[in-house]
Design a protein around this ligand. Structure first.
Ligand SMILES: C[S@@+](CC[C@H](N)C(=O)[O-])C[C@H]1O[C@@H](n2cnc3c(N)ncnc32)[C@H](O)[C@@H]1O
Length: 203
């Protein structure tokens, strides 16, 4: 399909999309907020007083949601892209896989943290196999980082794509956490291979 036909289709789809309209009305920067809201309502993750890291935060709707829900907590977000200021959130611009940025994150928290969220997705190349594998690698890096930074009852939530790297992700998650669940929120587009992994309690 021609490139401008694809983008016209995308714009029309966005206009029809209930979650896009809802997010505009409610002041969220992306429809993605309804994915974390559903996950949170099902698994009861965000609570007052907790510390939370949001990996791959741009344009910022997950952090907006976290900042609204968590009173007296500590929130840090990171993305390679610019993100407009979000209240009560310490924001870093940079690559999460860069060891110096991981050090910055660790230095920000005096203690181990309660929750790590990752909605990171690699830049799309048009090659679905490659895209899902690159996003899978980001998820595996996030699991390894979570092992170092989460407290023993900590929770890890991440976007994954049902694809080539699925079994590697599950293996890494099961090596790291007691409980591993997969969930696809209603707000995740039906035609997308996107799912979320929810892990609890470090082994
Ligand atoms: C689907 S978007 C996140 C949407 C976000 N949860 C929200 O609600 O606004 C995925 C993000 O992951 C970011 N990303 C991808 N690789 C990254 C990396 N290595 N480090 C930090 N951010 C990354 C991208 O820049 C992109 O903004």
């Amino acid at each position: 399909m021609a490139k401008n036909k694809i983008s016209k289709n995308w714009i029309n789809k966005q206009k029809r999309d209930l979650y896009v309209r809802k997010s505009k009305k409610e002041g969220y920067r992306s429809r993605a907020v309804y994915k974390i809201q559903e996950i949170d309502e099902k698994y009861r993750i965000l609570k007052n007083g907790i510390s939370l890291i949001d990996l791959g935060s741009a344009p910022g709707s997950w952090s907006q949601y976290a900042a609204k829900k968590i009173k007296n907590g500590k929130i840090l977000s990171i993305d390679t892209q610019d993100v407009d200021k979000i209240k009560n959130t310490f924001q870093i611009k940079g690559d999460f896989t860069d060891i110096n940025n991981q050090k910055k994150i660790k230095n920000y928290f005096p203690n181990k943290v309660d929750v790590v969220l990752s909605d990171m997705a690699a830049n799309t190349t048009g090659n679905k196999y490659l895209d899902s594998t690159s996003t899978g690698e980001l998820c595996i890096s996030a699991i390894k980082f979570s092992k170092e930074i989460l407290n023993s009852k900590g929770i890890f939530v991440s976007k994954i794509f049902m694809g080539a790297s699925f079994h590697d992700i599950i293996n890494e998650a099961k090596k790291t956490f007691n409980e591993v669940r997969i969930y696809k929120p209603e707000a995740s587009r039906k035609e997308s291979k996107e799912n979320f992994i929810i892990c609890k309690n470090l082994l």
